[in-house]
Design a protein around this ligand. Structure first.
Ligand SMILES: *Cc1c(COP(=O)(O)O)cnc(C)c1O
Length: 229
């Protein structure tokens, strides 16, 4: 199947799920995760109307941003881990970053955001599965991280992101998302700019949308299997 066909299928699936959980139509945005895939695939998705693309590796993200610089309405999202020596490249190219989980990285991104660009939209990554090896802050640390990000002039806090450990059933997936959903709703009540909950991948779209996702991140189902990563 072509990228355009896959994209159409994923859109239909999202529409069906939003309806099933009585979420408003169009309340869930689709981020097409194009990591490891060539720019031709991105252009095929673009031709089919896709505008939000997610990348995980800094050099690859910067290269694709450069190659596709004439497509000004592509919205580039960085969704991978960030090393501090790479923060400048991210600050100079991306529209969004989903993986804020360290004070130092947040400060650097704000300092390095060029003055002629709008503030960088950021999501705080939360570790909801309590896996020591995984990225993301715990929910206990959320208030401190929110205060820090709010104080940084060139970052605009838009919400939260998580990558939960795989669960066996949809009911378990929904249960794991509950504390995050509550934290997101509390944040939204406090800050009108907060509008994005980035949860849901190919394996748990329904549970994520049931739990209030406003942005799902889908790679394989759109672009096919990856050879690495
Ligand atoms: C790769 C990736 C995805 C997409 O995963 P697929 O299984 O290819 O749909 C979503 N979110 C993050 C953070 C990723 O790294």
């Amino acid at each position: 199947m072509s990228v355009a066909d896959n994209l159409q299928e994923v859109r239909c699936e999202i529409a069906e799920i939003t309806q099933r959980f009585a979420r408003p139509a169009e309340s869930v945005r689709l981020l097409a995760v194009s990591k490891t895939k060539p720019v031709e695939d991105i252009l095929a998705a673009y031709a089919a109307g896709q505008r939000l693309f997610g990348e995980n590796y800094v050099q690859e993200a910067v290269d694709k941003h450069q190659q596709l610089s004439s497509y000004a309405d592509i919205e580039w999202h960085f969704i991978g881990p960030i090393q501090s020596n790479k923060s400048r490249q991210i600050a100079e190219t991306m529209a969004w970053v989903h993986t804020i989980d360290r004070d130092k990285i947040a400060r650097r991104l704000s300092e390095q955001r060029p003055a002629d660009m709008p503030p960088l939209n950021v999501l705080i990554q939360v570790n909801i599965s309590d896996e020591a090896s995984k990225s993301g802050i715990s929910l206990d640390q959320l208030d401190d991280m929110v205060s820090l990000v709010m104080a940084l002039p060139n970052l605009r806090l838009r919400g939260l992101m998580a990558i939960p450990a795989p669960q066996v059933s949809e009911a378990e997936q929904i249960q794991v998302y509950q504390p995050l959903k509550q934290a997101f709703q509390a944040l939204q009540q406090q800050y009108p700019d907060v509008d994005t909950l980035s949860i849901g991948m190919s394996g748990d779209l329904a549970a994520a949308i049931a739990s209030g996702s406003t942005m799902v991140r889908v790679g394989t189902a759109i672009f096919g299997a990856r050879n690495y990563a």
